[in-house]
Write a protein that binds this ligand. Structure first.
Ligand code: ADP
Ligand code: MG
Length: 499
């Protein structure tokens, strides 16, 4: 591992890096930074959470000439959240160099963005849809851009942004440096790279699966109608600080979040149908610990970096083995321990084995917890709380009151009442969820052929045919798409939502 001093960066950048607490470069940074600084085109492939933002952000900032007030660099990101996250991280890295960075995304008042553009940013971090908007209004000029980064390129293609990317890149001078980052490398990404990158160096840091000892992986075989109670029991038993619960569809996410709330948990759902404002609020509450359970679809949770997630629950088993790795990787970050539990219906057991086979790891079985298990654990937690409080001391003001009570009441019963009061009641409020069709692992060709299905599912750009189960269409909804628009070819497709 290298320290950042070895890259011979401008001292204003190394200083900011040190202040962010980065001591060593991550593997992808170690390989990307020198190559990117030298001006090469490159493809960087590494899992979420490996520091790709700084890998391209540092060279971008290094290259900027702050005396030049033109837009010199452009980063494209799939969603509003990711654009903001990249802009925030890069702003921190640039505090001493004084590079002006502007995020541009849908949902924000365009007038405000136009005014911000007049402030002459050096770098733009944009979602494709909104950037096109500005290009069409001539409120942005890309004629001086020297560096382009496509971040989370696979996700941008999954969201149907190919055409937008092509349109944007056509307006950037061909004499430029282009970098493409992606967690996965399906054929469409290679085609995109062939089209827009010049003799790129391919850097990949592929994790050796996630047998990292920091994440314990379990599955629990349970009937569809018992999944909700089972989830609640696990939450009661494991008492997560912060957990992400993955649901297959947006309806599922809504039903789960409101079911959990009914049972008294601090839960909220996150998916593309929420307004920008609501999404921001949910993420902020989650980061600040005001909610303990975030219920999300794959797309909504993708790339979001929350470091202290202790538990991941796959309420629905994911369709795609890679998606399993991404979901589970939301916990156990920054070297902390994490636990991931996947609920699997009997008919989905084959699919679980398929995920294990592709990812080359084993997921251990854990039994279905009983109601009594949950109740006992909650009592135990109450006792722990009581003992911790006692160990903390500082109870002088309560002691006199305690003495009075003991004069009048039986100490056993008194203590039992205190424990009862502290015990979180294990709720059995009835919650009904709309059942989901089980996933199938067998090779499955959608009727109507590939062409017909091409724009329908989240995985329209199929990586491996055998993932294309029929739940593709259900998984999708409007999580990443909105509205209908005529393509130039006459075919109707759904317009990407610039979230
Ligand atoms: P990716 O884009 O690969 O998913 P990010 O760039 O979002 O990953 O980085 C994940 C987290 O790791 C961020 O919180 C980031 O600040 C942190 N990080 C990045 N590089 C380093 C480093 N060299 N040392 C420590 N933390 C880092
Ligand atoms: Mg990233």
């Amino acid at each position: 591992m290298k320290t950042f001093f070895e890259f011979n960066l401008h001292h204003s950048i190394t200083r900011a890096i040190s202040e962010m607490g980065f001591e060593e470069a991550t593997p992808i940074q170690e390989q990307v930074i020198p190559l990117a600084v030298s001006g090469r085109d490159l493809i960087g492939q590494a899992q979420t959470g490996t520091g790709k933002t700084a890998a391209f952000g540092i060279p971008l900032l290094e290259k900027v000439d702050v005396a030049n007030d033109k837009i010199q660099g452009l980063v494209l990101a799939p969603t509003r959240e990711l654009a903001i996250q990249v802009a925030e991280e890069m702003s921190k890295l640039s505090v001493y160099k004084g590079v002006k960075i502007l995020p541009i995304y849908g949902g924000q008042d365009i007038g405000r963005q136009i005014r911000a553009l007049k402030n002459r940013p050096h770098l733009i971090i944009a979602t494709p849809g909104r950037l096109i908007d500005h290009m069409e209004r001539h409120t942005i000029r890309l004629g001086d851009v020297e560096t382009v980064v496509l971040d989370e390129a696979d996700e941008m293609l999954n969201m149907g942004f190919l055409e937008e990317i092509q349109k944007i890149l056509a307006q950037v001078p061909t004499e430029r440096q282009t970098m493409l980052f992606s967690a996965t490398m399906p054929a469409q990404i290679r085609r995109l790279a062939d089209q827009f990158l010049k003799d790129p160096e391919h850097i990949s840091v592929i994790p050796k699966a996630i047998k990292a000892p920091t994440i314990a992986q379990f599955y629990c075989e349970v009937a569809e109608r018992q999944k909700f109670d089972t989830l609640c029991r696990f939450i009661d038993i494991e008492n997560p600080d912060l957990a992400i619960i993955f649901g297959r569809t947006k309806r599922r996410v809504d039903e789960l979040a409101s079911g959990l709330q009914k049972r008294g948990y601090l839960a909220e759902g996150l998916h593309g149908d929420l307004s920008q404002n609501q999404r921001d609020q949910v993420m902020r509450k989650f980061r600040e610990g005001q909610i303990e359970l975030l219920v999300a679809t794959d797309v909504a949770a993708r790339g979001i970096d929350v470091s202290n997630v202790t538990h991941v629950y796959n309420f629905d088993i994911p369709q795609d083995p890679e998606s399993y790795v991404h979901r589970v990787g939301r916990t156990g970050r920054a070297g902390r321990e994490g636990v991931a539990t996947t609920l699997v219906t009997p008919r989905e057991m084959d699919h679980l084995h398929f995920i294990e086979r592709i990812n080359k790891f084993k997921v251990s079985k854990r039994p279905v917890p009983s109601f009594a298990d949950a109740v006992n654990r909650q009592m135990q937690l109450a006792v722990e709380k009581l003992l911790d409080t006692m160990a903390d001391g500082q109870m002088e003001s309560y002691v006199a009151l305690a003495n009075d009570l003991l004069d009048e009441h039986d100490s056993n019963r008194l203590l039992a009442a205190a424990i009862k009061l502290l015990t979180r009641e294990t709720s059995e409020v009835k919650v009904e969820l709309t059942p989901e069709t089980p996933l199938r692992s067998k090779k499955f060709k959608p009727s109507g052929g590939r062409g017909a299905d091409h724009f329908q599912g989240k995985k329209r750009y199929d990586r491996k045919d055998n993932f294309r189960g029929r739940s593709d269409k259900r998984d999708f909804h409007k999580d990443d798409m909105r509205g209908n628009r005529k393509r130039p070819g006459g075919k109707t497709f759904r317009e990407p939502l610039n979230v």
